[in-house]
Write a new protein. Structure first.
Length: 120
């Protein structure tokens, strides 16, 4: 960890500054109780997955990919219909609230893929 002063005019900085295969340079700005800020730099190893990708995970990724493609291919009329349903159900589907229409549509499409006989 290294602590440093930011140039004048920059109040704070947080995020990945540099990323390579074996190292990441990450900056974080912390606010103290007295209102002052301190910025620190961290040199970190990227997180490595500890288990191989399972067949189930690949299937889930495939369904998401297919739903995202279908969502992108929807016409304006279909999107309008989904937007009306989304608003009618208070922006929720299956007990989860969606902040974007795209998220709602993808959730609906994945649900319909998993339950082809489900009532729409």
């Amino acid at each position: 960890m290294a602590q440093f002063e930011l140039p004048r005019g920059i109040a704070s900085i947080s995020g990945t500054l540099s990323k390579s295969k074996d190292k990441q340079l990450i900056a974080r700005t912390y606010r103290r109780a007295d209102g002052t800020t301190k910025t620190r730099l961290y040199l970190m190893q990227p997180l490595q997955r500890s288990t191989p990708v399972s067949e189930k995970e690949l299937a889930i990724r495939g369904r998401f990919e297919q739903a995202a493609k279908e969502c992108a291919a929807l016409s304006d009329e279909q999107k309008t219909r989904y937007a009306q349903e989304w608003k009618k159900h208070n922006y929720t589907f299956n007990g989860k609230k969606y902040g974007t229409l795209r998220g709602y549509i993808i959730a609906r499409l994945i649900h319909d893929m998993n339950n082809p006989s489900a009532f729409r």
